[in-house]
Write a protein that binds this ligand. Structure first.
Ligand code: SF4
Length: 385
């Protein structure tokens, strides 16, 4: 189905961190105009909240807010993802479509069905561009997948340098410059060059080599983990406290599990690891990212890192289940775990206080274990004799 004859259409999609760059690249390759609404902000949140049921989860409200801002900016189509899993996400698209109609917006709605994996992506691009040039479509998908991997790699670099930088904010500035380079590339060769330059830029940030950095994994519901506005810039806050964050749930790990055909995958995927590790606490997928979150606690422990933070939206059913399993895990595993529930009411001051207290706890635990190790290494008098 071709959406519009002889007209370059403008398509918008919701924000989730830096994912808009990968979307934009795929659409550009297909000759479609990607309309990028303003990055999620307080106005977006208020538009979404005003037009949503109170108890619905935060990502829904923010996505609706993004769409309203896009429509008011003159977009022709809004696209939404329907994704595999046993949670409300499958229903959100239709709800949002209905709400937009009730608000009097006549913008078209188009869904990207990730239940069908790679085929879902192909079908979406055919629908949105009207083109059945499969060579072009595969090229667009390949470029956007490689972009997602590049963005996640840059994010890892940012996290490393931000926790060690001497001048506050330098790594993030270099990261933002790198995003622009990535965004301006139009093929794989340019993308690889942009990534290399971006990584070099971030690594040139001056660091304090002696800083005692804590290592923390960030897990939870995928949208909140990857979207800075909804997690209240948690990585920036922790970076300033000398904490290096590793996102356990990334868009690239999701792509490996849901989109990339098996023959192109190397090693164990996140979901495969989740099934292997989560078993003593959770036997099956209960929707959202719960299985992955439970296994991420065990994976963090396996690597002996300093702690784990779990972020989730208020009323997210799968993550409520995870939070109910954590107390049992805390009894069995000596790993600091902090759970944070986000919604439009989450106040900044209390949030920062909780982060500071958690960092303090991890530091004291680390110092204590260093002292214990030293004591157990100290020679006895008979050794000296
Ligand atoms: S996983 Fe949770 S937050 Fe995400 S869509 Fe489902 S219910 Fe909402």
């Amino acid at each position: 189905m071709k959406l519009m004859e002889n007209k370059k259409i403008k398509v918008a999609f919701p924000h989730m961190g830096t994912i808009y760059i990968a979307w934009e690249m795929a659409l550009k390759k297909m000759g479609v105009d990607a309309f990028i609404p303003p990055y999620t902000n307080k106005k977006t949140l208020s538009l979404g909240t005003k037009n949503s049921p109170e108890a619905i989860c935060l990502p829904y409200k923010l996505i609706l807010g993004n769409f309203i801002e896009a429509i008011e900016g003159g977009v022709d189509y809004v696209s939404m993802i329907a994704s595999p899993g046993i949670c409300r996400l499958g229903e959100y698209g239709r709800n949002i479509e209905q709400v937009l109609k009730e608000l009097g917006y006549n913008t078209n709605y188009v869904e990207l069905n990730l239940y069908d994996g790679f085929k879902g992506l192909v079908d979406y691009l055919v629908k949105i561009s009207g083109s059945k040039n499969y060579f072009k479509i595969i090229n667009a998908i390949y470029l956007s997948i490689r972009t997602v991997f590049a963005l996640d790699e840059l994010q890892d670099f940012l996290s490393y340098y931000r926790a060690r930088e001497i001048k506050k904010g330098e790594s993030e500035k270099a990261f933002n410059r790198s995003l622009n380079l990535i965004r301006n590339s139009s093929n794989i060769k340019e993308l690889s060059k942009a990534l290399k330059t971006g990584l070099r830029e971030i690594s040139s940030v001056e660091t304090d080599k002696k800083r005692e950095v804590l290592h923390v994994d960030l897990t939870g519901e995928i949208y909140i983990v990857n979207d800075e506005f909804s997690n209240q810039y948690i990585e920036r806050e922790l970076g300033a406290m000398g904490v290096q964050i590793r996102r356990s749930l990334t868009v690239s790990s999701f792509l490996k599990d849901a989109i990339i055909p098996k023959i192109f995958k190397k090693g164990e995927t996140h979901l495969e690891r989740a099934y292997r590790l989560a078993k003593p606490y959770l036997m099956r997928d209960i929707g959202g990212d719960s299985l992955e979150c439970i296994s991420d606690v065990l994976y963090a422990k396996e690597r002996n890192i300093d702690g784990l933070i779990h972020v989730s939206p208020f009323t997210c059913m799968p993550e409520i289940m995870s939070q109910n399993i954590f107390p049992k895990m805390r009894e069995d595993i000596n790993l600091p775990i902090l759970t944070l529930i986000m919604d439009e009411q989450t106040g900044r001051a209390g949030y920062i206080t909780r982060l500071e207290a958690f960092v303090d706890l991890m530091r004291r635990k680390k110092i204590k274990s260093k002292i214990n190790n030293k004591q157990s290494e100290a020679p006895s008098s008979s050794d000296v004799a």
